[in-house]
Ligand binder design. Structure first.
Ligand code: 3HC
Length: 284
């Protein structure tokens, strides 16, 4: 397959906006799709803020920032994605919504086009089965914050063909990322290891074995992690982690993947972490 130049991103939340920014920074022509204009504006404001940080740091200059922004167009009409070589879906983690979107994209896109999901835990082959091009469907899992995190997991389903995987490896490298190959199992590589670790930190806190600060300090200073587990949970979102843990537990029935009662209760109370102003810590 030829080089990926025209990229579509579905969803302009935290992940979608980061993916759009990163692709445009690498020189791709990007169109971002959202359900409504307000969501697009919120996402674009996040992109501007992130690019301004890069300008402040001297990583790029103001004309480069403007050129990157000029490579991102926004739309609320899925039909505008019809000429894309690659469409990356980063909408809500809901299989029915994703399948409907994959089916619509499949009808629209040229036969060579690849459709990817940024899902962190859902089954990619189930989305592929909603299309008539399952060979050209894969997972492309970015990490938060997308403009800074170097890793991309490329998820090969049992039907994805090798040219699709090769094209995605080349695309991830063009974005300045390091791609790794994962299988289509819940959590892929990173979350399969990370989620049980985060859940265990909650269990330790819940059992009163240590304070939240000492758990975080322990892993930061003892293991060189940039954030301790409870800070990272607040950063990723407690609701997101709860959701991923449930999917992983459903599949593997491994008690290490079972969401601890405290996590469930915090989510029920609306304590989602940074985004809601309160999680294990408080945010202004
Ligand atoms: N865009 C541009 N620049 C950004 C930015 C963004 N979105 N976010 C932060 N920065 C910049 C800051 O301006 C700062 O710049 P400076 O060094 O010039 O001052 C620099 O990055 C460092 O930021 P901070 O000082 O605010 O904080 P940190 O030093 O702690 O770095 C971090 C922030 C890079 C997020 C770091 O804490 C980190 O790597 N944390 C771990 C993140 C992680 O593990 N992510 C993966 C989560 S799991 C996941 O995403 C999978 C999903 O499926 C759940």
């Amino acid at each position: 397959m030829a080089d990926i130049q025209k990229v579509g991103v579905c969803g302009c939340g935290l992940m979608g906006s980061g993916i759009a920014q990163t692709a445009a920074t690498a020189g791709c022509d990007v169109i971002v799709l959202e359900a409504d204009r307000a969501a697009l504006e919120r996402g674009m404001a996040g992109i501007r803020k992130s690019l301004d940080k890069f300008v402040e740091k001297g990583a790029i200059d103001a004309p480069a920032r403007d050129a990157i922004l000029g490579r991102i167009r926004t739309t609320t009409d899925v039909g505008d994605l019809k000429d894309r070589d690659l469409v990356i879906e980063a909408v809500v983690e809901n299989m029915a919504v994703k399948k409907e979107l994959f089916a619509a994209l499949d009808k629209l896109l040229a036969p060579h086009a690849i459709i990817c999901s940024n899902t962190s835990s859902l089954c990619v082959v189930e989305m592929a089965a909603a299309t008539k091009r399952p060979k050209h469907v894969a997972g492309l899992h970015f990490f938060n914050p997308v403009p800074l995190m170097k890793l991309v997991e490329i998820v090969k389903t049992i039907v994805t063909d090798q040219p699709t995987i090769d094209a995605l490896f080349a695309f991830a490298k063009r974005l300045g990322k390091t791609p790794i190959l994962a299988q289509d199992t819940p959590g892929f590589i990173v979350n399969r290891l990370l989620v049980p670790y985060l859940l265990y930190a909650i269990r330790m806190f819940e059992a009163g074995l240590a304070s939240r600060e000492d758990i975080d300090e322990g892993m930061k200073l003892g293991c060189g992690h940039p954030m301790g587990p409870l800070t990272l949970l607040d950063f990723v979102g407690l609701d997101t982690t709860y959701y991923i843990a449930q999917i992983m537990f459903d599949e593997f029935k491994d008690p290490l993947m079972a969401p601890p009662p405290l996590l469930k209760r915090m989510v029920l109370a609306g304590q989602f972490g940074r985004k809601s102003g309160r999680g294990f810590y408080e945010y202004k």
